[in-house]
Design a protein around this ligand. Structure first.
Ligand SMILES: [Fe+2]
Ligand SMILES: [Fe+2]
Length: 260
């Protein structure tokens, strides 16, 4: 069953006021030239000034343990930037924490709405929620193994905290539907996929081979999450899953998704 979008007294478009719209348009020039003088140059100038004067968003802390300091020092002597890996681990830690909270919020919404626009089950959501929490633990352990402090907020962790605020707001808004919440979660899962791919590449680059097997398991799970979330969103929006660009009328007839 597709999601039902309500039709109502939406006043945001100009067509709600045809008389005022024509009056407004009568005062506008035919070309795209603004009717009022000025442009955004002053705004850009002010932004440029702030950019030039700004400090960086925090820093990566120096490893507090002797073992960590030795490992970081050795890694630097090899020409690596261990702080880069620690920063990206901090980013993944923050995003996986948010991912866990996003699924907590979706589970609450799913239970409250008894939504039937998708084939999603509570067990499906609980499984993904557990995956996200385990991913968080994997990253925390990796940071500790490198001598870092998983409780510290690195610059990229700070950044994704800001970026994902909108996702959390979208899913926790009591008015958003399951489909609308899934759209926000889709953004998170897409970032999850690329994030793990980059983290694996970075760990390989810095010869941190022992981290890669756990990271690869997480990446496989993220690929499955992305496919599932996308399929649920398509079910809620189209009434079916789009497979290979073709609309499949009956979901049960669709080929099972291939996760590579
Ligand atoms: Fe995850
Ligand atoms: Fe995920």
């Amino acid at each position: 069953m597709k999601e039902q979008i309500p039709v109502g007294m939406n006043r945001t478009g100009v067509q709600m006021s045809p008389f005022e719209t024509s009056t407004m348009q009568a005062g506008m020039p035919a070309s795209m030239t603004p009717a009022t003088p000025g442009d955004d140059t002053a705004l850009a100038d002010m932004r440029s000034q702030y950019i030039t004067d700004a400090d960086a968003i925090g820093s990566v802390p120096v490893p507090a343990t002797v073992q960590g300091a030795v490992a970081a020092g050795a890694s630097m002597m090899l020409g690596n930037q261990p702080q880069l890996l620690l920063d990206k681990l901090g980013e993944r830690l923050a995003f996986e924490r948010t991912g866990t909270r996003l699924y907590d919020a979706l589970i609450t919404k799913f239970e409250a709405t008894q939504d039937s626009t998708t084939s999603m089950t509570l067990a499906d959501l609980q499984k993904i929620r557990q995956d996200e929490a385990r991913h968080f633990s994997i990253v925390a352990s990796a940071i500790e193994a490198l001598g870092g402090d998983p409780t510290s907020q690195t610059p990229c962790a700070d950044l994704v905290g800001v970026e994902s605020m909108g996702l959390v707001q979208a899913v926790t808004d009591p008015r958003t539907t399951i489909a609308q919440s899934l759209h926000a979660i889709l953004i998170g899962e897409m970032a999850d996929n690329v994030g793990w791919e980059m983290l694996i590449a970075l760990a390989e680059d810095q010869q941190q081979i022992s981290l890669i097997s756990d990271f690869s398991v997480a990446l496989d799970e993220e690929r499955a999450h992305l496919l599932q979330v996308r399929n649920w969103l398509e079910e809620a929006t189209l009434g079916a899953v789009v497979s290979d660009g073709a609309l499949v009328d009956d979901i049960s007839d669709a080929n099972p998704p291939q996760v590579h």
